[in-house]
Design a protein around this ligand. Structure first.
Ligand code: NAD
Ligand code: UDP
Ligand code: UDP
Length: 338
């Protein structure tokens, strides 16, 4: 029933032409590691929606079953509790590798990025699957080039408090390219910039989720440092579209996937005030060590080669996240609001 990618060494649908997303074709078997998380669960929704069979591999470190419960009972959906640091045998066509402790609160001292990525590449090699790595804008560190292009090699402190994540993802990119060159594995690399939306972890310490939860709970918005550092915030549906186009396309990457709209943390706080509570107070806190001063993607490459660009602005996307957070924080039991 399923056509293996192995014989040709290419995905069965990738030899030359691009098949537009959503076009009818035989369902693929797809693994999404980290699929119970924020980005992963939205990706799973799209893949199931277009007719593929999806296996989620997740250890629920930061992910939640609630993000996927609406697929329980669907014969094309399977959820496996498993830590990708341990080997696993599966037969699939594509691997979206998202598993990663994604927030500073969680990512310290965790080998997922290196050992987990190695295992998933080993799996991809064995079954001839196409492998997509979700890397991060953090590989650029505290960038000396602005905006960041994919050819920039970054400015990362190898021994700092953030380096487990930054260097972990850099190593994951290296492993991915080594398996591509050395073992002929079909790979794709996405460098994801700050992303927000429904189902984000409420208390994992990232800035958008912090501000939104704080404003809803009538707590002051905690701005770290002077609040003049910048980030570029992408709505989750734009990211998922970009990841799928990357997987289906012919280009390895790396590709920046992010929204070029750049905001200081004070500007972000202002948008949150406008969206939720104009009277929300701002409280300054000391900044974390090695915090990048600015970050903004150059997405020329993704525009040209993937035909992708983000569609949802911060002012349009934020309200969609707020209604989800409101329901989760104030105990409305309908969690499926994405
Ligand atoms: P998330 O924390 O919501 O999702 C990560 C998922 O991985 C969780 O479900 C978690 O339980 C799972 N996981 C962690 N370690 C695991 C392990 N060892 N074995 C199995 N599962 C494991 O985070 P997210 O925002 O959805 O991030 C998804 C991916 O995108 C990550 O690789 C992250 O580095 C990348 N990324 C995200 C952003 C962003 O702003 N959200 C930015 C850059 C990169
Ligand atoms: N691996 C896995 N599932 C597979 C194939 C491999 O988890 O289906 C793991 C394997 O246990 C190893 C890693 O992936 O730790 C790398 O595998 P590879 O075959 O590339 O390396 P080797 O085992 O030859 O060192
Ligand atoms: N930040 C903030 N208040 C918070 C959480 C974070 O001002 O409550 C700042 C943080 O110092 C950083 C920016 O927001 O400059 C983005 O932080 P986040 O952890 O969300 O993402 P990353 O640093 O990984 O881009």
């Amino acid at each position: 029933f399923y056509q293996s990618n192995h014989a040709a060494g290419f995905g069965s649908f990738s030899s030359g032409g691009k098949i537009p997303l959503g076009l009818k074709r035989k369902g693929l078997r797809i693994v999404v590691t980290g699929g119970a998380g924020f980005v992963g669960s939205h990706l799973v929704d799209r893949l199931i929606g277009r007719g593929d069979s999806v296996i989620v591999v997740d250890n629920f470190f930061t992910g939640r079953k609630e993000n996927l419960m609406h697929h329980f009972g669907n014969p094309r959906f399977e959820l496996i509790r498993h830590d990708v640091v341990e080997p696993i045998l599966l037969e699939v066509d594509q691997i979206y590798h998202l598993a990663c402790p994604a927030s500073p609160v969680h990512y310290k001292f965790n080998p997922t990025n290196v050992v987990g990525t190695l295992n998933m590449l080993g799996l991809a090699k064995r079954v001839g699957a196409r492998f997509l790595l979700t890397s991060t804008s953090e590989v650029y560190g505290d960038p000396l080039q602005h905006p960041q292009v994919e050819t920039y090699w970054g400015n990362v402190n190898p021994i700092g408090v953030r380096s487990c994540y930054d260097e972990g993802k850099r190593t994951a990119e290296t492993l991915t390219m080594d398996y591509h060159r050395g073992a002929g594995v079909e790979v794709r690399i996405a460098r994801i910039f700050n992303t927000y939306g429904p189902r984000m972890c409420i208390d994992d310490g990232r800035v958008v989720s912090n501000f939104v939860a704080q404003a809803l709970r009538k707590e002051p918005l905690t701005v770290y440092g002077d609040g003049k550092q910048t980030r570029s915030f992408q709505y989750v549906s734009d990211l998922v579209e970009g990841l799928m186009r990357l997987m289906e396309g012919e280009h390895v990457g790396p590709f920046n996937l992010g929204n070029p709209g750049e905001f200081t943390m004070l500007e972000l706080a202002q948008v949150v005030q406008e969206t939720i509570d104009p009277n929300a107070k701002i409280e300054y806190r000391p900044n974390t060590e090695d915090d990048p001063h600015k970050r903004k993607p150059d997405i020329t490459r993704a525009k040209e080669l993937l035909g992708w660009e983000p569609k949802v602005s911060l002012r349009k996307g934020l309200p969609l996240m707020v209604s989800d957070f409101r329901q989760r924080i104030f105990g409305d039991h309908n969690e499926d609001s994405a």
